[in-house]
Design a binder for this molecule. Sequence first.
Ligand code: TYD
Length: 341
Amino acid sequence: MRLLVTGGLGFIGSAFIRLVVRERPDAQIVNLDAMTYAGNPANLRDIEHDPRYSFVRGEIGDPAAVAQAIGEGIDAIVNFAAETHVDRSILDPEAFLRTDILGTHTLLEAVHERRIARYLQVSTDEVYGDVASGHSREEDPLRPRSPYSASKAGGDLQVLAYRATFGSPVLVTRGSNTYGPYQYPEKLIPLFVTNLLDDEPVPLYGDGQQIRDWLHVEDHARGILHVLEHGALGEIYNLGGGNPRTNLEITRRLVEGCDRSMESHVRHVADRLGHDRRYAIDSSKAMALGWQPRVDFEDGLTKTIAWYRNHEAWWRPLKSGEFLEYYRRQYAHREEESVGE
Ligand code: TYD
């Protein structure tokens, strides 16, 4: 199998490439990645010289870069390339529309023109919007509420439209909140862990009662590979971790795991604008296909904390330069309104 992975230097994309290299010895992988702030060559240091792996730098919205990555031909595209951070989408939405919608469109055009046999769109449970009760199913209406989730929903709809219009061989996965090694430290878990390891405070938005369903990155990567290999074309598959937790519960767990205290380290800060209270998805369709998450959440989180503790050389350089500027823009005004535990 010749596989084009886009966004393979990111968090979930790099886990997927490592999984494929490990478990599919016959696969050839081309990684097309724009190397934005979140695309980090260090995420694939261990396999970058593997003869089955090659790298092309470019944006998915650039048809010439996509053509170069496809080269003589490939069997499948898995699209991880995306702007993904809700808070950044509130500050600066344009890049989200460009990559998540127009970039997806460029890939779909290539799938159509080059007659590529399979295209998998990596999406998110956030496209369903805030779910007060119950669990979202694949056929539920999309009610995205942030510029990020609206961009991802726009990408999903383009994918499904190419199926309906051209019969394109597409699949969509919608994963829940993902955690694990190599996650850029802007997201809740790696941000809080690295702040705590540095003896810095952690900014908890609003009342901390928002609920997310946590999925280990290896389970997520395995789910995507499973759907790529076994999914029915034109179908959407939810991939949920089955570990719903409030942000406050997560924070407590991380504070304990880093040997800090809630009183000294947690700041209750101004809430995110339009903050979704709860995401919850029903994954029974992916489970009926034969996938299920394997990583126990408590164990996965303990090991994830240990990973960041033992890989300071990976995250330390990330918390400088652009990140510090972003952190100031994102959090300075919040901290003015902050209160401790
Ligand atoms: P995040 O990791 O940004 O993922 P998403 O918004 O895609 O779910 O945030 C997870 C939850 O943690 C979300 O409810 C927002 C909250 N959060 C904070 O309370 N403080 C923070 O500094 C961050 C980054 C997130």
